[in-house]
Design a protein around this ligand. Structure first.
Ligand SMILES: Cc1ncc(COP(=O)(O)O)c(C=O)c1O
Length: 302
């Protein structure tokens, strides 16, 4: 959409900007804008070129802003997972710095594409991670929590400005990309029902409660030398186990998955990055069970 937007406007922009360590999915477009990794390696010859930059930190923010000022007029769009990069390692970064970057990008007319597939629907403690930001996206990608995981449905929502760029008597300006199951009525009904549940006051309190329990558990994690960088955002808790090289192929991940399954827990570390991302309906007892398993696992692997 971002690419065709510029075509429809008669513009010359074709560059796409994305973050290192990003993960946006498995189609060729989504792989192209994702960090090149073991996920994308077999397909690397077929992926289009993207400019990757680090997520903003206090050290690199001025460099990022000056890159955007320098190259802005050739950049069509910027895609990002707001506040939390998921499959790339559960990496949390600062909302305020992202906001500064988004301000500069928007100022240059660059379309900002928020991938909230993972962060959406309460995961980061608010309904959307974008609610922590002053600068809003032009395109937002939603899936996963949209139906509470019950039906297959994704949404790409855009602002009026984008929508209008496709409205024309010239048929070539149409977005021709639809799918067999676009706006599937059963999936849409499931999504509406899931939203009703999600917005229930009791559920929002539950999300906040899970967040507080994670924060309390972080203090416990800090006691174990094998645990690196314990962190949490909303309902997600993550840490690294300091066992060999960091990364997805670290063998500890599958080993922990197996041990967890034996305890009736489905836990799927990203290599040596262990994360706990419970459904909001998890009971107190089940949360205790997972925290106990994590401590046990840390001790066993220390
Ligand atoms: C941030 C992010 N974007 C996109 C995707 C891909 O979503 P889908 O499988 O709905 O295409 C994922 C899936 O894990 C994701 O975490």
């Amino acid at each position: 959409m971002a690419i065709q937007y510029w075509g429809n406007k008669g513009g010359q922009r074709n560059k796409i900007l994305a973050f290192r360590h990003s993960y946006h999915g498995d189609t060729f477009g989504a792989m192209s804008v994702s960090e090149r990794s073991v996920f994308t390696a077999p397909f690397s010859d077929y992926l289009f070129e993207v400019e990757f930059v680090g997520t903003p930190t206090r050290d690199n923010i001025y460099e990022l802003l000056s890159l955007v000022r320098r190259e802005g007029s050739s950049i069509a769009g910027f895609i990002y997972e707001p506040l939390l990069q998921g499959a790339g390692g559960m990496r949390i970064y600062e909302a305020q710095l992202l906001d500064e970057l988004l301000a500069e990008l928007s100022g240059q007319g660059i379309l900002c594409i928020a991938d909230e597939v993972l962060t959406g629907f309460g995961r980061t403690g608010r309904l959307f991670a974008g609610e922590y930001l002053r600068h809003k996206a032009d395109i937002i990608c939603l899936s996963k929590g949209l139906t509470g995981g019950t039906m297959a449905l994704g949404v790409t929502a855009v602002t009026e400005r984008l929508f209008e760029a496709f409205l024309s008597d010239d048929r070539r300006k149409t977005l021709f990309h639809g799918h067999s199951f676009t706006a599937n009525p059963i999936a849409c009904a499931a999504s509406l029902a899931s939203l009703d549940l999600l917005l229930d006051e009791g559920n929002l309190q539950r999300i906040a409660h899970i967040g507080r329990r994670h924060e309390a558990f972080l203090e416990k994690l800090a006691l174990y030398p094998i645990v690196k960088n314990p962190r949490s955002i909303g309902t997600i808790l993550a840490f690294e186990l300091n066992t060999g090289e960091d990364g997805y192929v670290n063998a500890i991940g599958p080993a922990i998955t197996k041990e967890a399954l034996a305890q009736g827990i489905y836990l799927r570390p990203l290599g040596n990055t262990v994360y706990f991302m419970p459904p909001y309906c998890i009971t107190e007892k089940e949360m205790d069970q997972v925290y106990d398993f994590l401590v046990h696992s840390i001790v066993v692997h220390s």
